[in-house]
Design a protein around this ligand. Structure first.
Ligand code: ADP
Ligand code: MG
Length: 467
């Protein structure tokens, strides 16, 4: 928690004396910024779309709202539902709600997640829970079995909405939300705010207040460096930049498709995992390139401005301008794709003598001089070749087989024994499911998935991409 100037006190809020006392006991002396911005609105009954970085106190920002609406009698039913991406996060949220609910009598908070047997959950549900925290897949299971009823629901929380979408939970979430009463309060919390989260928020909130605390595209978060190069050095210089900065995900812009192809050839020959995005790819190939890039199992995506249009990628450590663009607006747009939210990003540009005029336009448009460094400042790292942190496994079978992200996550974290943190994005398409796993466990994860069962069937699993 930041210890700068203390935020406003919880006592400014319409909370019961018992709750205030409990907060005091928990050591919550003042509100964090996201709490100060969202609690007054939430407690007044408004829908919320809230964004703030990890660790900023979002849980209490929604927990105090849902607790303020609760009737804790045995027969009152489930009045609040929190959807959460993983079991670990759901457990943490449930813990925090229980701590905050200590002031109240007998508030029952139940966790419903996949990867654990369903029977004990049924028993707990019969005992009457007031707050349910769960992953979309398992909550949906209970809804379809009729073991969870949401008629009495007042508050719906979508926590870590960005991560839930990353994990391919959109359809499950949609079905769960549709099972909630229309007259409810909806609170959406997210650490980042890419377009899919905005769409989700628009679709499922009503007249919501937006509370966004993370400055996006803050100029100081983007560190720009220009390098003067000779034409013949250009493609090799990209490899030198990757070797020196070692970004996990890089978007490299070229002005022409031909340059894109040449760059991918050179990078591949030097052991990098790079792919080009261009119009000649078939849909499946294009999907696979994007799946791998967005789940961090492809280091470099090489694209023209046209091909990169509409790309929606949350975490980019670097943007490389293989060539300087003649249009300063295009330059700003390109480099704005890195350094989002609370991450810093590198914007690295290569300029030949001929392109210096374009650099001058960029300086003129921005009103500042750009910083230069010589290529010789780049260390030949001599380290391991740069490899992306994740590997994509392609599972044969998708929506048609009714596979859901929770099935894959469950298989990996259940009998296969991996931790949820070792599993990244899970994307289910019509015919295939793609799951990102940490590079170090890729082969083992592949073997275990292929030798186990998903939805009662044996599935073929293969590793996508090289290395
Ligand atoms: P987020 O969901 O935004 O990542 P959490 O809700 O998990 O963040 O909160 C991060 C930590 O801060 C937790 O340990 C929580 O107990 C603590 N915390 C939350 N609100 C306050 C507060 N007002 N004062 C002190 N600590 C707080
Ligand atoms: Mg959180």
């Amino acid at each position: 928690m930041s210890t700068q100037s203390p935020g406003p006190s919880f006592s400014e809020l319409p909370l019961s004396p018992a709750t205030l006392e409990n907060l005091e006991r928990l050591g919550y002396r003042s509100m964090t910024p996201i709490q100060a911005a969202s609690l007054p609105l939430g407690l007044a009954g408004r829908d919320l779309i809230a964004q703030a970085k990890t660790g900023s106190g979002k849980t209490a920002a929604f927990a105090l709202v849902l607790l303020s609406r609760l009737t804790a009698s045995r027969a009152a039913g489930v009045q609040a539902l929190v959807l959460s991406p993983t079991r670990e996060l759901a457990e943490q949220v449930a813990q925090e709600i229980r701590r905050l609910a200590r002031a109240e009598e007998n508030v029952k908070v139940l966790v419903l997640c996949g990867g654990t047997p369903i029977r004990p959950q049924l028993a707990s549900l019969e005992h009457g829970a007031h707050v349910v925290v769960g992953t979309p897949g398992r909550v949906l299971d209970h809804l379809s079995r009729g073991t969870l009823r949401l008629d009495a629901l007042c508050t719906l929380v979508l926590d870590e909405a960005d991560r839930m979408l990353d994990m391919g939970f959109f359809e499950d979430m949609q079905r769960v939300i549709e099972a909630c009463p229309a007259a409810r309060q909806t609170l959406l919390f997210s650490a980042t705010f890419p377009e899919p989260v905005a769409r989700l928020a628009r679709q499922f909130t009503r007249d919501a207040e937006e509370v966004r605390l993370a400055e996006q595209h803050a100029p100081t978060k983007i560190r720009q460096v220009f390098y003067r190069i000779e034409e013949r050095e250009r493609l090799g210089a990209v490899a030198a930049l990757l070797d020196h900065y070692r970004p996990a995900s890089t978007l490299a812009f070229c002005n022409t498709r031909r340059r894109c192809r040449e760059l991918v050839e050179l990078l591949t020959a030097r052991g990098f995992l790079a792919q080009a995005l261009h119009g000649e790819l078939e849909q499946v190939e294009r999907d696979q390139v994007l799946v791998q890039f967005s789940n961090r199992s492809l280091s470099v995506l090489v694209a023209t401005d046209v091909a990169a249009r509409g790309l929606d990628i949350a975490e980019l450590e670097a943007v490389i301008n293989v060539e300087v663009t003649p249009d300063p607006d295009v330059h700003v747009h390109r480099i704005g794709r890195t350094g989002r939210v609370d991450q810093e990003g590198w914007a690295l540009s290569l300029s030949s003598l001929e392109e210096l005029a374009y650099v001058a336009r960029i300086e003129e448009a921005s009103g500042t001089k750009v910083p230069w460094q010589p290529l010789s400042a780049l260390k030949r790292s001599g380290r391991e070749p740069l490899l992306p942190p994740m590997v994509t496994l392609q599972i044969q079978g998708g929506r048609r087989e009714k596979l859901r992200p929770g099935d894959v996550l469950g298989a990996l974290t259940g009998s296969a024994g991996f931790r949820a943190e070792q599993v990244g994005k899970i994307q289910v398409t019509e015919m295939s499911t793609y799951v990102a796993v940490e590079r170090g466990i890729a082969d083992e994860a592949r073997t275990r998935l292929a030798s186990g069962k998903l939805k009662g069937r044996t599935v073929k699993v293969r590793r996508l991409g090289g290395a």
